[in-house]
Design a protein around this ligand. Sequence first.
Ligand code: NOJ
Length: 668
Amino acid sequence: MKKAIFYFFSLLFLFDVSAQQAIKISSPNGDLRLKVMDFKGKTTYMLTKNNDTIVDYSSLGLTLKNDSFENLELIKADKRSCDEIWEQVWGEERFARNNYNELALTYQEKEADKRIIKIVFRVFDDGFAFRYEFPEQSNLKHFVILSEDSEITLPTSLSNSTIWSQKANGTLHYEAFYLPKPILTKDTINPPATIVTTKNLHLCISEAAVWDYPATNYTVSCANNKVTFKTNLYPWRNGDAVRVDCPSQSPWRSMIIADNAEKLLLSRLNLNLNEPCALKDVSWIKPSKYVGIWWGMHKRDYSWGSGPNHGATTERTKKYIDFAAQNNISAVLVEGWNIGWDEDWGIHGDRFDFIQAYPDYDLQEVCRYGKEKGVRIIAHLETGGAARNLERQMDSAFALYKSLGINTIKTGYVNMWNDDEYQHSQKAINHYNLVVKTAAKYNLMVVAHEAALPSGIRRTYPNIIGTECMRGQEYNSWDNIGNTPNHTCTLPFTRGLTGPMDFTPGIFNFENKIQPQTHPHTTIAKQLSEYLVLYSPAPMAADMIENYEANMRVFEFIKQVPCAWDSTVVPHAEVGRYVTIARKEKNTNNWYVGSMTDETPRDLDLELSFLDKGKQYTATIYEDGEGADYRTNPYPVNIRKIVVGSKDTIKLKLAPSGGAAISIVEIK
Ligand code: NOJ
């Protein structure tokens, strides 16, 4: 690291492959071809699909602080292939196929310290990815990256495409709408960004396997009818982007490339880019539905803090446990159970105590009662953004939860990340990942709100069973705009491609005493469809139990719907407009289908060709009833039963912002 002292300003580091020919690799089926070459002195790559350019010349590089890798020469270009089928602990399907060709380029400084860095490309049939690797070596222990200068440039032939994206810095927690825009729009956006071309190709730019590195956003610039996405890292407050300790690596910069919207939803590229499961015993990780003392707080019928309307009382929790036990629901989330909610959260918001309960909430007793009824408690840990406060208490609190039979925590980071550093900085990412790893030691599953955007690390740590990082249902209780009808029709094609969503579906009663103008912008049947369309292995039945008790006829679907799946198919899909998803329940021959539309009413033919040939099934269809309309009358749900087989078609009639949910159970 001698050079460091000689350079006051950071210097650009460029890969010099000028002496080399372009190096090529293609996808296993040969359709995607990637080549890496020197272009105007920079290491540059491009990609074609069946000879059409998808990614035009795009350059790579890193800007270091007080240092630069200079005079790098390519000393090795290794190729290898992988074709593996791996079993998911939980997922949209039981088995995932990970099939790619890899090109690993090793660069070394010609003189001086002979430091080494690598750049690795993987090309799959459904997209590609690359990352930088910083191997262990005696002359390079640590360094600081000021910016990662990776680019993805789309060619002029794609300049009429549409992009669905979310403004970076629009909100702190990825809780903005994904809005469609012409691709040639200057912007700063968060991943994922979904692009639909005039030839109906569906692309998604994102990142995978974010470990010890900040999250990214992209500066989108346009020149000569081309659009370039440049990686922009959320920095430390002093301007450092990444403090690298070797060995280490950047996340994968990835692009899914699918022929249509249906195939986009079936891509597992970002998951496959992660390392295999790091946990030996995963028997304690179980998909499960939950109810919770939650919606009442968002509608302000109850309070999180103490007082006459305190939500989290022992008595109410027992009622929720009873309801769960009677209705095939395995867990109860309790928010506002612990000391801290009444205090001024303070600059460092560190008033939350993750062990001490309010006097009207007997933690031991509710856990004992839950155990008796076969229902687990989900402990809510709102940090107020004070991550260090959670880190200080984590081991003792998690040990207590384990001893009480609690198997899931829900973390939250409302407010600015106020522990000195920014919300999506390297420090913040390391905190979120540390919570997941520590939770695993205590056999705790994690549902994380306002945390890191999923990047497929669930493959490695399958105890991270849910993440928010989107505008969830809660906006329908206190935000006057709420979630627009097309929002849930957009999520699967955008945020959903990064990992499970703790959207909290299933609101049945749309009245709000305190803010009467707010309500879900859906019909009830569409609320049901969210259990299939918005994938989560731990879906919440989000309404208050009294609203379910008043409508058990419709609640029957939520009671029945599984959350562990063998496979998934996508009968209909158009980004932002409508989507139908069918999933086969794990270890049975039963299927469940959810279909939803934006504000446009829609008739869809659901062909049942995914069913086993020759078998008969009872389909129970929960559909928008007479006059259902999200604006005027969200409530009518018609329920009908028919016998079906694989040659049949079910006609779906979706109301404005309506939906349908169907259970298809094998007749034995
Ligand atoms: C925001 C979370 O998204 C929500 O689920 C939670 O109830 C509140 N924060 C309070 O922690």
